[in-house]
Design a protein around this ligand. Structure first.
Ligand SMILES: [Zn+2]
Ligand SMILES: [Zn+2]
Length: 321
């Protein structure tokens, strides 16, 4: 082989490696940094996700960061690093925010002074508008992002997601497709479909049931993911159950109960069939109160006539899918 063609061959290998999203391993590594839907400000919705073998994580919602990373360091997930701020700087590549409610954003805002520059915040336009007007705003904090109130610090770049259009995050080895959800119409939330090669994971931000929301956003999402379930490509669905069945539809404020989750899962089952039973259903965003979590878990067991695999992620405990 001539020197010039050897050079081209090596360059080709290098490019191939990069476009392959830097990992040939299948599946995902997930670290929940926060799992609850309110009250306990040290444990609010935030999930680190990367392709197995990739260097960095994307952060799906960012209710709690610091306390979650501290907990995760107890298990040495980040090697010799044990300082939460250093881990955030080095290992979190970017943030995907489902909607602008504080229990999904407070960790990002509060930890912004210690974070490193040039990170992306990905969200649909209506969510970026909330972040700009009421969170990274000089009235409530400093503007660490790149648009909105002056002075602009510009540490974070807003990246406007187009619904149902996939984007690539190379350093985390994943691609992400957003889907709009209804969270008390017309307020929008987002689901993120994360892909590593042919494997998928679905994370939903807060959402009400279609029937209560007078919406078809969940139906649209189920239609998109049903073929992935049939082909056994979808590994897990992270979905909220905020309240027990005791809460009336009029008081749901854009959330699901065990009965409503299972009604939606039955609709998905009609589209996807028996393979839905092999998908891990990760129940998120339970709102704490005396006996609330126990009631939700009991209601879910009773309503689970399909025999779905239900899991309850814990803060700082790694999940491999
Ligand atoms: Zn929430
Ligand atoms: Zn919300």
């Amino acid at each position: 082989m001539k020197t010039s063609s050897l050079f081209l061959f090596i360059i080709g290998l290098f490019i191939c490696n990069i476009s392959n999203s830097q990992t040939n391993q299948k599946g995902f590594t997930i670290i929940p940094l926060g799992v609850k839907g309110g009250l306990d400000e040290s444990n609010l919705s935030a999930y680190l996700v990367k392709a197995n073998g990739a260097e960095q994580y994307i952060c799906l919602d960012a209710g709690t960061i610091y306390a979650g990373l501290q907990k995760a360091t107890l298990s040495n997930y980040f090697g010799p690093l044990h300082d939460a701020t250093e881990i955030q700087k080095k290992f979190i590549n970017s943030y995907f925010i489902s909607h602008g409610h504080l229990d999904h954003t407070a960790g990002l805002v509060m930890n912004s002074p210690g974070d490193s520059f040039k990170k992306n915040i990905y969200a649909i336009p209506s969510v970026i508008e909330v972040l700009k007007s009421s969170q990274f705003s000089s009235k409530s904090w400093s503007n660490f992002a790149n648009e909105g109130d002056k002075p602009i610090i510009g540490k974070y770049q807003y990246q406007y997601l187009v619904p149902e259009k996939e984007i690539e995050v190379n350093s985390a080895g994943v691609s992400v497709t957003p889907f709009v959800l209804s969270h008390v119409k017309p307020y929008e939330s987002t689901a993120f479909l994360v892909r590593n090669q042919s494997d998928y994971l679905l994370y939903l931000g807060d959402t009400g049931p279609d029937e209560v929301e007078h919406s078809s956003q969940l139906e649209n999402l189920w239609n998109h993911i049903a073929p992935l379930i049939q082909k056994k490509q979808l590994k897990s669905i992270f979905i909220e159950v905020s309240f027990s069945n005791k809460v009336a539809d009029a008081s749901l404020y854009g959330h699901l109960t065990p009965n409503w989750l299972m009604r939606e899962m039955n609709k998905l089952y009609l589209l996807a069939g028996d393979h839905l039973k092999e998908v891990s259903i990760m129940v998120t965003h339970m709102k704490p109160c005396v006996n609330c979590e126990t009631n939700i878990k009991e209601d879910l067991q009773k309503a689970n006539s399909l025999g779905l695999k239900l899991y309850f992620p814990k803060q700082g405990e790694i999940i491999n899918q």
